[in-house]
Design a binder for this molecule. Structure first.
Ligand code: EPU
Length: 423
């Protein structure tokens, strides 16, 4: 038996959707909770499979985890018992590599498995390890596992990241937060999730400055405590529903989003012909595709504040029904066009070469049997299915639940015909 999602064309999405806490902020902050020696309460934690796997990793390491309600979690890491991660859980999720920085900071040693390659590219961890080494750790690794240790403690340093990797910036920030002296990260990632992590570390008693800019300065402290912290809204979830409003020629109010975090999406939706009302003061944005002619556009993914790679697949689904030619250039990951083959099954006209996809818009897609090749590809296929003629059946749905909290309920709330079946 395999679960599938069935989507039918049912006209415009209409109404209001409320965005939840960001997966990509929640995961590093859960990792950082290993640093706190007093209880931590995290609010607006999205209900996702990735979050529960991550919490199991923490429990294995000795943290006490308690759900205060569905999306509020209490974590107590005052008595950690292990610096060796559970390899089976780690292999399920690349983001779990983020426990390495905090464990190295707390124990001066950590052992973990290497995160494998995954659907969207090799995704090495060389920049994370370069950072740990610069902080004075010795790294011993073979093809499957890694040990990082330091005899005399981590020492602050100045380091430059060759690429503004989100995960490497987070891992280094966490390790440096308890190192001796000051660490300066040049060319760090500037994503809002980096700023949320810095705010969280500061609330624990850390001293992190410059997150969101090109230089982050971290003064190490001896001990971090506890706090209550709400996770920032998920800009990728917001963008996904915005693209859905455009594709179905609907009219959707997106509530609980930080408008400045989605400015590239707003700009590109306007370029394809939608009307977007930006209500920054109320943390809302309204996307109107109703009565609009959708015209092709070019997008190029880049680190923040550029167009996010995590919205590339959804936008490609949109561009495939926009009039004229569009180009999508993926510069962040080397293999993030897996959804192209699935969109082709639905009648899209797309040709890829290297980092570029050329799209010739068609008036309508058609329903097909497809599979979610990764999380965002899965979201793109759901959106494509909402506008396609006939029925779309999506397999490998577990990818989608890794990152979208109640996507079916939220889309139904906007009038979508979407269901889960066992086959
Ligand atoms: N990279 C290296 N060496 C490293 C680290 C990264 O070469 O040591 C390369 C990667 O191979 C990739 C690029 O740098 O080509 C970007 O990777 P980055 O480290 O920035 O990404 P990440 O931290 O692994 C996070 C999100 C991803 C999101 C990317 C980029 C989390 C848990 N994951 O991954 O989210 O695509 O940043 O914004 O925060 C998703 O939500 O669908 C998702 C994949």
């Amino acid at each position: 038996m395999e679960e599938k999602i069935i989507v039918s064309n049912n006209g415009p999405l209409e109404g209001t959707v409320k965005i939840g806490g960001a997966k990509n902020s929640a995961l590093p902050i859960i990792a950082a909770s290993l640093l706190g020696t007093e209880p931590i309460i995290l609010e607006d934690v999205p209900k996702l499979n990735d979050v529960s796997v991550f919490l199991q990793v923490l429990e294995h390491l000795g943290s006490k985890v308690e759900y205060l309600d569905e999306r509020t979690i209490k974590i107590d890491s005052s008595n950690l018992t292990s610096y060796v991660t559970p390899f089976d859980l780690m292999s399920k999720m690349r983001a779990s590599f983020l426990v390495m920085g905090p464990l190295l900071a707390r124990f001066g040693i950590t052992k973990t498995s290497l995160p494998g390659g995954c659907a969207i590219g090799m995704r090495p961890v060389d920049l994370h390890l370069k950072g740990f080494k610069a902080l004075g750790a010795e790294i011993v690794s073979d093809s499957t596992k890694i040990e990082a240790k330091t005899e005399n403690g981590l020492k602050g340093t100045v380091l430059y990241l060759d690429f503004p990797s989100v995960g490497a910036t987070q891992n280094i920030m966490m390790a440096a937060s308890m190192a001796e002296g000051e660490t300066v990260i040049e060319n760090p990632a500037k994503e809002p999730e980096i700023v949320d992590l810095a705010n969280f570390l500061n609330k624990l008693g850390g001293d992190v400055k410059g997150a969101g800019t090109s230089t982050i300065r971290i003064k190490g402290v001896e001990k971090l405590g506890g706090t209550t912290h709400p996770i920032i809204p998920d800009r990728i979830e917001a963008a996904t529903y915005m693209v859905g409003a455009a594709m179905t020629k609907g009219d959707v109010m997106i509530e609980n989003c930080i408008v400045s975090h989605i400015s590239p999406i707003i700009a590109k939706l306007r370029e394809v012909g939608c009307e977007v009302f930006d209500m920054e003061d109320e943390d809302k944005v309204r996307v109107v595709g109703k009565g609009k002619k959708l015209i092709g556009a070019n997008i190029k993914t880049l680190p923040y504040p550029g167009f996010p790679t995590d919205v590339q697949a959804q936008f490609m689904a949109l561009l495939s029904i926009c009039e004229g030619q569009s180009t999508v250039t993926e510069t962040v990951f080397e293999n993030r066009f897996m959804h192209v083959d699935e969109l082709l099954k639905m009648g899209a006209i797309i040709a890829t070469e290297g980092k570029e996809a050329q799209i010739a818009g068609v008036p309508k897609l058609r329903g097909a049997e497809v599979k979610a090749t990764d999380l965002r590809a899965g979201a793109a296929l759901i959106l494509a299915g909402l506008t396609a003629e006939g029925e779309t059946k999506i397999g490998e749905t577990y990818h989608i639940y890794r990152g979208y909290d109640d996507i079916i309920g939220k889309l139904r709330g906007l009038g979508a015909k979407i269901d889960r079946i066992e086959e």
